[in-house]
Design a protein around this ligand. Sequence first.
Ligand SMILES: Nc1ncnc2c1ncn2[C@@H]1O[C@H](COP(=O)(O)OP(=O)(O)OP(=O)(O)O)[C@@H](O)[C@H]1O
Ligand SMILES: O=C(O)[C@H](O)COP(=O)(O)O
Length: 405
Amino acid sequence: MRTIASLGPLRSKTVIVRCDLNVPLADDAHGGKVITDDGRIRASLTTIRELRESGARIVLVSHLGRPKGAPDPQFSLAPVAARMQELLGTPVAFVGETVGDQASASIEALQDGEIVLLENLRFNPGETSKDEQERSAFAAQLAKHADVFISDGFGVVHRKQASVYELARLLPSAAGRLVAAELEVLRRLTEDAQKPYAVVLGGSKVSDKLGVIAHLLERVDSLLIGGGMVFTFLAAKGHKVASSLLEEDQLETVRGYLSEAERRGVRIVLPTDIVVADSFAADAEHEVIPADAIETSSFGASGIGLDIGPESARSFATEITDAKTVFWNGPMGVFEMEAFSHGTRAIAKALTETAGFTVVGGGDSAAAVRTLGFADNEFGHISTGGGASLEFLEGKTLPGLEVLS
Ligand SMILES: Nc1ncnc2c1ncn2[C@@H]1O[C@H](COP(=O)(O)OP(=O)(O)OP(=O)(O)O)[C@@H](O)[C@H]1O
Ligand SMILES: O=C(O)[C@H](O)COP(=O)(O)O
């Protein structure tokens, strides 16, 4: 993979850097947004500092959340620019558009070592378009004022999107320090994973991540399923899941995974109890119910499963402490709400207690362990990539990496 050094001297060069600054946000008391975990901003600083020292003119681009191809203030990167400026101790100018006259003027005005962060890439339909020509046209707009491109948004290298893939083909390009560092650690999991190898999957991007299971079954000894992912498995086994998150069109696929796992001797471990709530709210009424009887809760068909129960947390913890390699992506429940954070806390604690090599991957997963009071050095590695790490572990060629080699 091409490194920053391959780009030659960068003094007075305009360098566009694709970061993954997709940080979790919460509402503040004044109608604004507050960053609940700045891990992805901190992780991007190594490359940015190095570029500043080499006298480059730095244009940072990123997505945040999943806006629908048009400006949406709740997904603005403005709070990220402010936080990055604090962390770097140097000005980070923010421009409220990604392409256009204002963005062009700000880039043209950059002096050596100065930094500008452009607004959310996904406010433009070209960034995520399925149409390659549309993506290329948007990438060309991004490339217009830049001399070189550095890809450092590890969390997004699995996406074939304009700023990740097409842009890298338009300019001399290289991997940044974060991408290089992430790959070095994650290669330990693909090339030298000690057995037993357990993967813990949860979170809410269910349709996105179910697909990785097919290939993971070839590599792991056990697969522990929690979070929003659970309900499609429970439904595939014929259980009712009331109003919990469910991917109906994936039921057949999941049945296929269950039988494939049995054939291969891979254990798919599902929760035996679930915390069911009457609504998706921090103060919701809730009770612990056997996983195969969710509809028997007091809330009937309107009950929503928001965490794994205490019995499941204990059995998952035992699996984890027995493993020599553990990869975890996706919180076990809606950890942002105290009542539904216990499963995630128990799994995080188990990872810190295992003697094996542990990796936590993903924006919200990393945020979860930090907000629940764990320190980064209690884990083998905290990766900035969730979906990206998973797809790397399943052995896929990731578009954002392929294009850099
Ligand atoms: N049972 C559940 N129902 C609904 N949402 C859930 C449930 N369990 C967990 N979640 C939510 O999942 C979200 C995180 O999922 P996600 O798949 O985005 O993980 P991630 O670590 O951020 O990975 P990535 O980096 O790929 O986005 C959290 O906001 C959490 O509240
Ligand atoms: O959080 C992530 O996994 C990355 O930022 C990618 O976001 P996406 O799943 O919306 O493409």
